[in-house]
Design a protein around this ligand. Structure first.
Ligand SMILES: Nc1ncnc2c1ncn2[C@@H]1O[C@H](COP(=O)(O)OP(=O)(O)OP(=O)(O)O)[C@@H](O)[C@H]1O
Ligand SMILES: [Mg+2]
Length: 759
């Protein structure tokens, strides 16, 4: 029995033979009594430990303690220095005879070995345990185990009997081993699972192969694709790409989200008519027959088209490859309703190709032409691929309708994509962004249409072979109505040809009193209305066929004439002149009105005039002012007066220099009081010196003048050769005045007698 300083170890249990270094106060003592403590509860048993070296751990004083044997606390006293000291009853192990512990020991070592194996011990702890020969000390090695909790360790500490202690330690270790083994098994199971999936995949592949070997009818979607790809007649590179994608589809399996996208892609790839071509017919004679059958007149246009086909035929026969210049695109330019689209269809029919129309109006995104890359959600191929799909052949006629309405913005310039498409040097390897394979477009016959040439992107225009549609004369319209529109409308309204008749005079009446257009769309509508009313009469038994449609019937069906020849009324007062213009809808007459009123002087312009037209008006005013004397204008006629020039219809923007002489004439008329002749129309640019410069679109302007009931036209002399383009029947009925200067214009246009101006 000895009295030792008591050292409490919070939440820590140390066993004999288990040296520790800790920060505890030991004073000058050689031996201390270590007792585990949790909260305020002390264990019943502690260990007597020798105090070893005093060391510094992390800058603080610590001491090494070497526990020797178990002991039990007796009486406690606090000494003079305030240190708690207890009487301890020492209880060293009493080693039992080996027979009592041999089996337990062996078993214990085996269990611990297995645990250490499972934990992946490198052998050091195993050899440490092997060196311990005393059964009590062996049981105490459990104290090292990180897996035992405080109370388990205290329980071991409080067990004095060695056999009992070893039995208890063995029980603890067995529990521990079982737990580790379960954990290991779970981990193994998880790994097994992954392997199983892999095995399943291989088995499935084998099953597919076997199924195919047996010719099983339950073919998979993949097999379906494989067959389609093999039959599609794709070029090698495309087929390889398709097969690559198909491989991916098979690996992913049907349920994968990406599989849907791959299927869509394969469907598009298969939608391209790779191997298919119409047998082309490049016979110019046959082509002309077809064109003639479908369209009245348009002789010039038809001639150009047959020539184009003849050249293609020769080049093809002589094996000449397409060059940048040879591959010009036929471009049909003209006002609405003049048959551009429908002649495109005829070209297809004449050459035995399919026809697809691709409207470019409002296309401002390159991706519309070329498609979106597949990385975009919902990506689709561009319009060309869709056009080929619709055509079902690789050599259709593709009509690029309304190229003048192409836009461009930050999404890219669609005309750049079109340029590539139309370039024979590049278009055999056109790449749609979505399909991302090369498409051969070199066999497509591209035909473009536009209403005006000016708004076609310049690089595109440069590559075009332009064929102009200038609009029809009244006589041509009557012929078109007779040969095409009338029969078509008869049929549409459920009538038979012999039931309704009409003569040319009546058709002419419809053309001139009810339509005002370069083309024949409105005419066809009016004829439709006329025949619908006739059909109603027949159906309701009001009248028995055959019916001859006469002027009265036209008036009844179509109402009062919609078109007036206003030139006579408009020009009856001084200050109004009749000009000729070309707009997107064809030629037209336009009236320039001038008025003068008290004011600061100067010029007011209205009617949405463009800059060029405004400048024309300034030039006109300056010219009139500076030639006032020669023109017979009273000196000072403009003093303190403001001149107002207006060009109706006010809502439509107008521009261009060709109204120059018309504005001069209107001003001169106003200031001299001489009205402008009501039968005269004019067009021409004017200079400050009074020279008349040439203008464009003469044919369309003359047709418009004729349609508006004018009989005389003043044209710049440099435009005289263009008069040859005017159809003979119109030319014969009109008088043309070729002029070089404004003087001549005014001499021709103004009435000789002044009348009192309204102003
Ligand atoms: N010379 C013609 N002979 C027979 N029919 C014609 C002729 N010109 C036009 N047509 C008919 O007029 C109608 C309108 O023609 P189309 O649609 O081809 O006009 P478009 O020039 O393409 O006009 P837009 O510029 O508005 O597209 C069609 O039904 C067409 O058959
Ligand atoms: Mg059209």
């Amino acid at each position: 029995m000895s009295t030792l300083r008591l050292v409490a170890l919070d939440d820590t249990v140390v066993f004999p033979g288990m040296p520790v270094t800790m920060q505890v106060e030991t004073g000058e003592d050689q031996r201390v009594f270590l007792v585990p403590r949790q909260g305020t509860a002390y264990a019943k048993v502690g260990v007597v430990a020798d105090v070893g070296d005093r060391v510094r751990v992390k800058g603080r004083r610590a001491v090494t303690l070497v526990p020797r044997y178990r002991a039990v606390a007796g009486q406690a006293v606090t000494d003079a220095a305030g240190v708690l000291r207890v009487d301890v009853e020492e209880r060293p192990d009493v080693t039992p005879p080996p027979v009592a512990t041999r089996d337990l020991e062996r078993e214990y070592r085996a269990v611990v070995d297995e645990i250490l194996d499972l934990r992946g011990d490198d052998g050091r702890i195993q050899s440490f345990v092997r060196e311990i020969t005393e059964p009590g000390a062996l049981a105490d090695t459990s104290g090292y185990s990180p897996d035992f909790n405080y109370s388990q360790k205290v329980q071991l500490l409080e067990t004095f009997d060695v056999v009992e202690r070893l039995t208890l330690a063995l029980a603890f270790q067995r529990e521990r081993l079982a737990e580790l083994q379960v954990r290991q098994r779970i981990r193994d199971d998880m790994e097994d699972g992954a392997q199983k999936q892999q095995r399943e995949y291989f088995l499935r592949r084998q099953m597919d192969a076997i199924r195919k070997e047996l010719g099983d009818s339950d073919a998979t979607a993949a097999d379906d694709y494989r067959k389609k790809i093999a039959d599609a007649g794709m070029p090698d590179a495309v087929r390889q790409q398709a097969e690559r994608e198909l491989g991916r589809l098979e690996r992913l399996g049907d349920s994968n989200a990406e599989a849907g996208m791959i299927r869509t892609y394969l469907d598009w790839l298969l939608a391209v008519p790779w191997g298919k071509r119409s047998e082309e017919r490049l016979d110019p004679v046959h082509a002309r027959t077809v064109l003639d059958a479908d369209h009245e007149g348009l002789d010039d246009v038809k001639k150009r088209i047959t020539e184009y086909l003849a050249v293609r035929k020769l080049r093809a026969e002589r094996g000449m490859s397409e060059t940048k210049r040879s591959g010009v695109i036929l471009t049909l330019i003209g006002p609405p309703g003049t048959g551009k689209t429908s002649i495109g269809e005829s070209i297809a029919r004449a050459t035995g190709r399919e026809f697809v129309r691709m409207s470019l109006g409002g296309v401002r995104d390159e991706a519309e032409i070329r498609g979106h890359r597949r990385t975009y959600i919902g990506a689709l191929p561009g319009r060309l691929v869709r056009a080929l799909r619709d055509a079902g052949t690789m050599n259709p006629v593709i009509m690029l309708d309304e190229v003048d309405k192409l836009g461009a913005d930050w999404r890219g310039d669609p005309s750049a994509a079109l340029l590539e498409v139309l370039d024979p040097a590049q278009n055999h390897g056109f790449r749609d962004h979505y399909l991302d394979v090369e498409l051969d477009l070199s066999h497509v016959l591209f035909v473009a249409t536009a209403n005006v040439a000016e708004s076609i992107p310049a690089p595109l225009f440069d590559r075009m072979e332009v064929i102009r549609f200038d609009g029809y004369t009244t006589r041509e319209k009557v012929a078109i109505a007779r040969g095409h529109l009338w029969p078509r409308q008869i049929e549409r309204n459920g009538l038979r040809p012999e039931e309704v008749t009409v003569d040319d005079a009546v058709l002419r009446q419809v053309v001139s009193d009810y339509t005002r257009e370069a083309g024949v769309r409105q005419l066809e509508r009016e004829l439709g209305t006329l025949l619908r009313k006739t059909a109603t009469r027949i159906a309701s038994a009001e009248q028995a066929p055959p019916i001859a449609v006469d002027a009265a019937a036209v008036r009844e069906a179509l109402g009062r004439p919609k078109v007036f020849h206003e030139a006579a009324i408009r020009t009856s007062v001084p200050g109004v002149a009749t000009g000729l213009a070309v707009t997107g809808t064809g030629g037209d007459v336009l009236f320039v009105e001038a008025a003068a009123m008290p004011g600061k002087g100067g010029l007011v312009l209205t009617g949405q005039l463009g800059d060029v037209m405004k400048e024309s008006a300034r030039i006109a005013l300056t010219y009139v002012n500076s030639h006032a004397g020669a023109l017979g204008i009273e000196p000072g006629a403009l003093d303190g007066r403001e001149v107002h020039v207006h060009v109706p219809a006010g809502a439509i923007p107008k521009d261009g220099p060709s109204a120059g002489i018309t504005i001069v004439t209107a001003l001169a008329s106003l200031l001299t009081g001489r009205p402008v002749k009501s039968t005269i129309g004019m067009t021409g640019e004017v200079t400050l010196q009074g020279r008349v410069l040439p203008i464009g679109g003469l044919k369309q302007k003359v047709l418009a003048a004729h349609a508006a009931g004018l009989t005389e036209v003043i044209v710049p002399d440099r435009n005289a050769p263009d008069l040859d383009d005017v159809p003979a029947d119109v030319r014969d009925r009109m008088q043309f005045h070729v002029v070089t200067s404004v003087d001549e214009v005014l001499a021709l246009a103004l009435e000789s007698n002044a009348i009192a101006a309204a102003a």
